[in-house]
Design a binder for this molecule. Structure first.
Ligand code: ZN
Ligand code: ZN
Ligand code: FE
Length: 739
């Protein structure tokens, strides 16, 4: 006879692990105990050695679906001769931490429970079990037990308590377990909400990680009103469809898209919209794609259930323009009062604000574009232990990153750090993650841009600070998630990133490792006139590129003459301009020159539209140059010259847009080829928001592979600035290690 002690780390709490261990031990006739600690899961078991071996094997092989065993330590103890296997109360170990499960979409059994006419949870909007339901959004502290969640104030009724106490029950130790008799409740009936939606009203609906603003997606008036009231620029609205068939009625859904839609994480999946979808254009202006998700809480299932109308809803974040998503009832009534006609509230508090996550699929894999609900705070592996750090991220689409041991803890999507409310959200999330993971940062990593709120925040902490160049951080984030070491060719293409020379970078070819980088090539600098205004007005980039190509007197009619005159002088005299190699501005310039778009309401809009209009199957390409100097400049003037001529000839925009995409891809491939010639490096990391453009990404990847490059892309973290905090953390860790 033997006795062993097991320590498990990973996602082993809130996922039904203890009852799994309990029933496994019973099956194998072992005695001992299992408990949750703040460090994970601890078990001791004794009995027949063969049974103990089987026990240890089964712990990983048969673990519950949501569990993730990252580490298991087994040690021998003295045999005690116990008779029973029991579940013991949780213990807190000082300084230790456990991984927190992200929130999980409602499981099939719970959907059945909430629609079973004979069951006691019929129509209950807060049904959950150990396999599904809220986690990160309701957890205040670890170990994960009911008193440390926002469910603490609801006392379980006798029936719920029996489930909770029964190791054979699906709800054994399901911390948010509840029913209509004892748990949270809605402020009004589902039927009334459905009736109001059908009548074209805009509803503010309290959800899992915050409020949604919802309306009937097929009601043009309602969608238009929502867009007006929300003051949301032209950013697309997300949709929630009743089921897969409802998604397929509006989008083309591939096999991997289907998998992404149906995963328990239930993200918003970006899908090609169908021509015959029959939805109002105001849902996603100028866009050929739609962002769609399936219901992920019992409330959603009930709201969209069973042939009710409408079967497809706009479900956009409950916030005003770029502010954080609203979470409390009071906040909703105050802030969303001018947008919503009616409120569907409930009384389970949301502790952590979490937006819906956004993914798209490429080459058979799910790729995260906005990492938030059901993804955060899942950790990523840094490959080795690093000091405890904070990386404060960028400005747009901010996330931050903490490190602990070998884990990188990337926060959920915080948003654009341009207002006070978003900074507050940043701080409250940081405080919470520091507490949950027991992190006390010893140093801080930040972007080089001196005016970013995230930079200022980092520098005010008074900790040793490591500035990490924006595109270096992009490349490093791609290396981390692909487990790469050494040096790679990093291609970081995006809208804006502060360069080490004070210019705005964004079309960068780096030879990079975690320790540092060398800028080998970049897009030829053009003058960016007027800072932020240049981002809002693509015509300024158009004028700048045309002046660079044809000289200062080039004809330009895409904007009113008095304004053109001013900007022309700014560029000529170098007043209020900054040189930029931004690929985002190159896309803006081409969108302007082909007459597609002169003004935008959000970063990236012109590029999205240029991608949307590009002709399928076009293989033509424009000329470009690579001027080899100290840092090579990739010169698009030959392409701009040809595009301007084709515009004069009245050529169709679709062909020009497609050829332009091909040209950018060809320029990337050609430049990588030349860098390989000098460095012998053949691993390429593609990062930066520009690579959210699948036409460009597809062409680039194909071109690189054809020449024998090994290409690494993002999947777990966004290619956009939502990923740079991870890269900052990895770079800072390496620099600190080297002193
Ligand atoms: Zn469930
Ligand atoms: Zn109950
Ligand atoms: Fe960026």
């Amino acid at each position: 006879m033997r006795r062993i002690r097991l320590r498990l780390r990973g996602i082993v709490q809130g996922v039904g692990f203890r009852p799994f261990v309990y029933s496994l031990a019973k099956r194998l006739r072992l005695a001992g105990y299992v408990l949750n600690s703040s460090a994970g899961l601890i078990a001791e078991a004794e009995g027949d050695p063969a049974a103990l071996d089987a026990f240890v094997k089964a712990l990983t092989a048969e673990a519950p679906p949501l569990a993730w065993v990252q580490e298991m330590e087994v040690s021998d103890l003295v045999f005690l001769g116990e008779e029973e296997f029991v579940i013991r109360p949780s213990v807190a170990e000082t300084g230790e931490f456990a991984l927190i499960s992200p929130d999980v979409g409602t499981c099939d059994e719970c959907i059945r429970d909430s629609t079973d006419p004979a069951g006691r949870r019929l129509g209950y909007a807060f049904t959950n079990c150990t396999n599904c339901g809220p986690r990160y959004t309701i957890i205040r502290d670890i170990p994960y037990d009911r008193p440390s969640t926002t469910m603490a104030r609801f006392r379980m009724c006798a029936a719920c308590q029996r489930e909770y106490d029964d190791p054979g029950d699906r709800r054994f130790h399901a911390q948010p377990n509840a029913c209509a008799a004892c748990g949270p409740s809605l402020s009004a009936g589902i039927a009334e909400a459905q009736r109001r939606l059908a009548n074209g009203e805009i509803l503010a609906i309290k959800g899992l990680g915050g409020f949604h603003l919802a309306c009937d997606a097929r009601n043009e008036g309602a969608v238009g009103r929502l867009r007006d009231r929300k003051r949301r620029s032209d950013k697309p609205f997300a949709l929630m469809a009743r089921d897969l068939a409802a998604v397929e009625a509006i989008c083309t859904v591939s096999e991997e898209d289907r998998r992404a839609l149906l995963s328990p994480r239930r993200p918003i999946v970006i899908l090609p919209g169908r021509e015959d979808a029959g939805l109002p254009a105001a849902i996603a202006p100028g866009n050929r794609t739609l962002g769609v998700m399936l219901p992920y809480t019992p409330l959603h299932h009930l709201l969209l259930g069973d042939g009710s109308r409408p079967g497809t809803l706009v479900m956009t974040s409950g916030n005003l323009s770029e502010e954080p998503i609203v979470v409390s009832n009071q906040e909703a009534l105050e802030r969303l009062g001018g947008v919503a006609d009616w409120f569907l509230l409930h009384d389970r508090d949301i502790y952590m604000r979490v937006d819906d996550s956004v993914v798209r699929t490429f080459e058979g894999a799910e790729r995260v574009m906005r990492r938030s609900r059901s993804y955060a705070p899942q950790v990523m592996d840094l490959g080795r232990d690093v000091p405890e750090l904070l990386a404060s991220g960028g400005e747009l689409k901010n996330t931050f990153c903490l490190t602990k041991g070998r884990h990188a803890i990337l926060s959920q999507h915080i948003g654009d750090m341009e207002n006070y409310e978003t900074l507050v959200f940043f701080e409250e999330t940081l405080a919470n993650l520091k507490k949950l993971f027991r992190v006390e940062p010893r140093a801080v990593a930040h972007d080089l841009h001196p005016h970013y709120l995230s930079t200022k925040y980092a520098l005010e902490l008074g900790l040793p600070a490591v500035g990490v160049q924006h595109h270096h951080a992009h490349v490093a984030s791609c290396m981390v998630e692909n487990g790469l070491a050494g040096e790679v060719i990093g291609v970081a293409f995006d809208g804006t990133g502060y360069g080490t020379d004070g210019a705005i970078w964004g079309g960068e070819f780096l030879v990079a490792g975690y320790a540092g980088f060398e800028r080998r090539a970049h897009l030829r600098y053009v003058a960016l006139a007027g800072g932020d205004a240049a981002v809002r007005e693509p015509w300024r980039s158009g004028l700048s590129y045309l002046m660079d190509t044809f000289g200062p007197g080039v004809a330009f009619e895409a904007a009113p003459e008095p304004r053109v005159r001013v900007v022309r002088q700014m560029i000529q005299k170098n007043v209020s301009t900054v040189p930029t190699s931004s690929c985002g501005r190159l896309f803006d310039a081409v969108a302007s020159i082909v007459g597609l778009r002169q003004q935008v309401t959000f970063e990236g809009q012109a590029a999205i539209e240029l991608e949307a209009v590009a002709l399928e199957g076009e293989t033509g390409c424009y000329p470009f140059g690579v001027d080899e100097g100290t840092a090579w400049q990739v010169d698009f003037r030959p392409a701009i010259e040809r595009i301007a001529r084709e515009v004069e000839e009245g050529r169709p925009r679709a062909g020009m847009a497609a050829k332009f995409h091909n040209t950018v891809a060809a320029a990337i491939v050609e430049t990588c080829l030349r860098i390989r010639g000098e460095t012998k490096l053949d691993r390429v990391c593609l990062s930066g928001g520009t690579f959210q453009n699948l036409k460009l990404l597809g062409r680039t990847v194909a071109g690189l592979r054809r020449l024998g490059f090994e290409v690494f892309l993002h999947a777990k973290v966004p290619p956009n600035d939502g990923g740079i905090a991870l890269g900052q953390a990895a770079v800072a860790a390496e620099q600190l290690r080297r002193g």
